[in-house]
Design a protein around this ligand. Structure first.
Ligand SMILES: Cc1cc2nc3c(=O)[nH]c(=O)nc-3n(C[C@H](O)[C@H](O)[C@H](O)COP(=O)(O)OP(=O)(O)OC[C@H]3O[C@@H](n4cnc5c(N)ncnc54)[C@H](O)[C@@H]3O)c2cc1C
Length: 291
C-alpha cells in the first residue's frame, strides 16, 4: 500500500480548498470500496485522500413527495433501501443500490462514489439517468448542477474539474402513473460486474394504455453509461404493445457500442441489450400501472 495523507473536513468549503491546494494529487474518499482497492493495487496514485463522510451536507438523505429526493454523496447504499418512504417512491433506484456488491459492500459504498468512479458498468448510473437525476457539484467557483447522463465523460473520468466535488444527487418527485426498473446480467448471482445493465422509466396515460414519456439507459456497452433517446422515441405517444417494446429494444441494441472482453463478446452484449431493455420496460410499465 502506498503512503498518503488523510484529511476529514467538516464542510464543503474546507473540502474544496483542500482539493484546490493539492490538485490532481488529491481524491475524495467515500466508502473506499473502489478507491482503496485502486490505490492498494497501484492503479491510482494519490498523495491525499479527503474523506467526505464527516461533511454534514453530504450525509443528507431527504425525501419529500413535492420536492423529490436528495441523496448526499456520502450516503451509503443501505441507508437508501432502508428508508421505507424512499423505497416505495423510487423502486427503480432500489433495484440498483440493493445489488451493488453484497451486504458488506452496501454498508460502505455510496451512490456518489459509484458515479464519481465513472465505471461504464456502474449499477446506479442507468437508474439515476432514467429517473432524471442531476448532480450537485461544488467547487472554487461556486455550485453547478449537471444531468447524470452528462456527468461521466470516459471510463474513470467525469466533468469534475480541479477543486470540485460531488455534493449530492437530486431526483425529481415521482409522477403519477410512472415507474422505473433496473436490472443487469452477470454470470453469477452476486459480487460481479454487469456484463450489461439496463434501466427504463415510463409515464403512462390516465387510462394506463399508452406511453406519455419514457427513458432508457444502458450500462457496460459504451465508454460511459448511455441514455438512448431513440428507444424513448419508439415509445412516446404509442399504445403499450409488444411491438412498441420490441422497437425500443432494437433501438437500444443499435445505440450500444460494446466491446469484446472476458465477460462477453460484442454479439452477446448486443443480444443482452435487447433482452434487458424489454425486461426493464416491462418492469417499469408494471410499476407505473400500480401507481
Ligand atoms: C467486492 C466488490 C463488489 C462490488 N460490486 C459492485 C457492483 O455490483 N456494482 C457496482 O456498480 N459497483 C460495484 N463495486 C464497486 C464499488 O463498490 C461501487 O462503485 C461503490 O458505489 C463506490 O462507492 P464508494 O463510496 O466506496 O466510493 P470510493 O471508493 O470512496 O470512491 C470512488 C471514486 O469516487 C470518488 N469520489 C467519492 N466520493 C466523491 C465525491 N463526493 N466527490 C468527488 N469524488 C468522489 C473517489 O475519489 C474515487 O475516485 C464493487 C466493489 C467491490 C470491492
Amino acid at each position: 500500500m502506498q503512503a498518503f495523507d488523510y484529511a476529514a473536513p467538516h464542510s464543503v468549503d474546507e473540502a474544496v480548498s483542500l482539493l484546490e491546494q493539492r490538485g490532481d494529487q488529491a481524491r475524495m474518499l467515500g466508502g473506499g470500496t473502489d478507491i482503496i482497492v485502486q490505490v492498494r493495487e497501484g492503479r491510482r496514485r494519490v498523495a491525499l485522500l479527503v474523506d467526505v463522510k464527516r461533511i454534514p451536507e453530504l450525509n443528507h438523505l431527504t425525501y419529500d413527495s413535492q420536492q423529490g429526493l436528495i441523496v448526499g454523496a456520502a450516503v451509503p447504499c443501505y441507508k437508501i433501501y432502508g428508508d421505507a418512504a424512499i423505497a416505495a417512491a423510487y423502486p427503480g433506484l432500489i433495484d440498483a443500490v440493493s445489488l451493488v456488491g453484497g451486504t458488506a459492500i452496501q454498508g460502505r459504498a455510496t451512490v456518489g462514489g459509484n458515479l464519481c468512479n465513472a465505471s461504464p458498468a456502474a449499477d446506479t448510473i442507468p437508474p439515476l439517468i432514467v429517473l432524471e437525476a442531476t448532480c450537485v457539484i461544488a467547487g472554487p467557483q461556486g455550485r453547478r448542477e449537471v444531468p447524470v447522463e452528462d456527468f461521466c465523460t470516459a471510463p474513470g473520468r467525469t466533468v469534475l474539474q480541479n477543486g470540485e466535488l460531488l455534493v449530492a444527487m437530486r431526483l425529481p418527485p415521482p409522477r403519477p402513473r410512472s415507474g422505473a426498473f433496473y436490472l443487469r446480467f452477470i454470470p453469477r448471482n452476486e459480487m460481479d460486474i454487469a456484463v450489461v445493465g439496463a434501466g427504463a422509466s415510463v409515464r403512462l396515460t390516465e387510462d394506463r394504455t399508452a406511453f406519455v414519456a419514457a427513458r432508457v439507459a444502458l450500462g457496460a456497452v459504451a465508454p460511459t453509461p448511455l441514455l438512448v433517446n431513440e428507444a424513448a422515441a419508439a415509445l412516446v405517444g404509442k399504445p403499450i404493445s409488444d411491438e412498441a417494446i420490441q422497437a425500443a429494444a432494437e433501438a437500444a441494441q443499435a445505440a450500444a457500442r460494446p466491446i469484446d472482453d472476458m465477460r462477453g463478446t460484442v454479439a452477446f452484449r448486443r443480444h443482452l441489450c435487447g433482452v434487458l431493455t424489454r425486461r426493464a420496460l416491462q418492469g417499469a410499465i408494471q410499476r407505473a400501472k400500480e401507481r
